[in-house]
Design a protein around this ligand. Structure first.
Ligand SMILES: [Zn+2]
Length: 399
């Protein structure tokens, strides 16, 4: 009973913990969190009190039982021992009396006297024993009754206090019940609206392409463009796998699963160029070329291919734009696409004078004085992804 009381308390506590955990599931919903928090706190206080009640009862019951065993049961055992001893004596006397030979008068008399005494002692001992049995049974009953009585009293008191404590939540429960009714009504209405919208949309043609996101360099989440693309493995198998690509922080990255850490394809888009690829047998392919590698990607449609190519181009352009705004360094000014004029012929008009300065600076770097391909002096075009200067004719070929 005592052990069961302990288990009862522990189990109740884990029940309240369950309620609390359920509340954590709703950390974004005030109504739910509030409700479970209030209820579990209340119950927890009540259970603590119950734990104390059970602890106190256990202590008093244990003390009573220990006194009972130490004093009453010990005395009872002494009496029983006395009774058993007299019983053995009687048996011995009976045996000796039976063995006394007929002819020996003296022995017969002695045995008869011993038997009378033993029988007297045995009867007196059995009466004592029976009395003690009755006394200890009554005492046991009285002690346990008293313990149960105090148990019932404390339990009654406890439940009364618990009821009082819980009824403090009455007003809240009423409010909550009203909120619940309102919620059920609202969600029924929402469900009906949703079903109507759903049916209306389903009547339309469902074969249209997925919408293509436009490049948005100011997106709040920092993701300028995202969507599914097939990517050809760079290993010997050249298998195609579908991955979720995005352009963020001037990088082209992809993920296999939503929570995966993104894999970076191009670390700095300013160093790369993008172009449609028709070499492959597959349609809608395009290549992202950076100094270190070339990545072949495939969109789902012509439209998506165009969207991705211009997104990468826009991203390159805005990356340069950002640098320009950040640093005002003329050196960063040369380009908005990877093949660009260095401020001379086909350059950016309004910054011509600063562009000329940039051109001089770049041509001053050893190796930049002549076109990288044909050797013509004074090249004023550059391939940023290859890091070379070119004359206008060769730049056309590169482009
Ligand atoms: Zn050239």
């Amino acid at each position: 009973m005592l052990e069961a009381g302990r288990v009862y308390c522990q189990t109740s506590k884990s029940f309240v913990n369950g309620l609390r955990e359920l509340g954590h599931q709703w950390s974004t919903d005030n109504m739910m969190e509030d409700c479970l928090d209030k209820f579990s706190k209340k119950l927890s206080v009540i259970l603590d009190a119950q734990g104390e009640v059970i602890e106190t009862i256990q202590k008093s019951v244990r003390t009573k039982l220990q006194t009972f065993v130490k004093e009453d049961v010990r005395r009872f055992k002494d009496v029983r021992k006395e009774f058993e001893r007299s019983s053995e004596t009687l048996e011995g006397a009976l045996a000796r009396n039976a063995q006394a030979p007929r002819g020996k008068q003296h022995e017969v008399e002695e045995a008869t006297n011993a038997l009378v005494n033993a029988r007297k002692a045995f009867r007196s001992g059995s009466l004592d024993y029976v009395l003690e049995i009755n006394v200890i049974e009554a005492k046991k009953k009285a002690d346990i009754l008293l313990a149960m009585l105090s148990l019932m009293e404390t339990q009654a008191q406890f439940f009364q206090q618990g009821h009082q404590s819980l009824s403090e939540l009455d007003q809240y429960c009423q409010k909550l019940s009203e909120e619940h009714t309102q919620f059920v009504l609202n969600s029924a209405r929402e469900k009906r609206d949703m079903e109507q919208r759903h049916a209306a949309i389903k009547k339309k043609d469902m074969s249209y392409d997925d919408s293509v996101l436009d490049f948005n360099s100011d997106a709040a989440n920092g993701i300028a463009m995202e969507g599914y693309l097939y990517k050809r493995a760079s290993n010997a198998f050249k298998t195609w796998s579908r991955r979720w690509f995005s352009i963020q922080k001037n990088q082209l990255v992809y993920q296999k699963k939503f929570k995966d850490q993104p894999t970076v394809v191009v670390e700095d888009l300013r160093l790369c160029t993008v172009k449609p690829s028709s070499e492959n047998e597959r349609r809608f392919c395009f290549e992202v070329v950076s100094p270190s590698k070339c990545c072949l990607l495939q969109a789902d449609s012509d439209r998506e291919q165009q969207a991705w190519i211009s997104a990468v181009q826009n991203s390159i352009a805005s990356a340069f734009q950002e640098r320009r705004e950040d640093t005002h360094s003329p050196r960063q000014r040369c380009s908005s696409v990877s093949m660009s004029s260095l401020g001379g012929g086909g350059g950016i008009g309004e910054q011509e004078s600063e562009g000329c300065k940039a051109l001089e600076e770049i041509q001053a770097i050893p190796g930049n004085k002549q076109c990288c391909d044909c050797g013509e002096p004074g090249p004023d075009w550059a391939s940023i992804n290859l890091g070379i200067t070119l004359c206008i004719v060769c730049s056309g070929i590169h482009r």
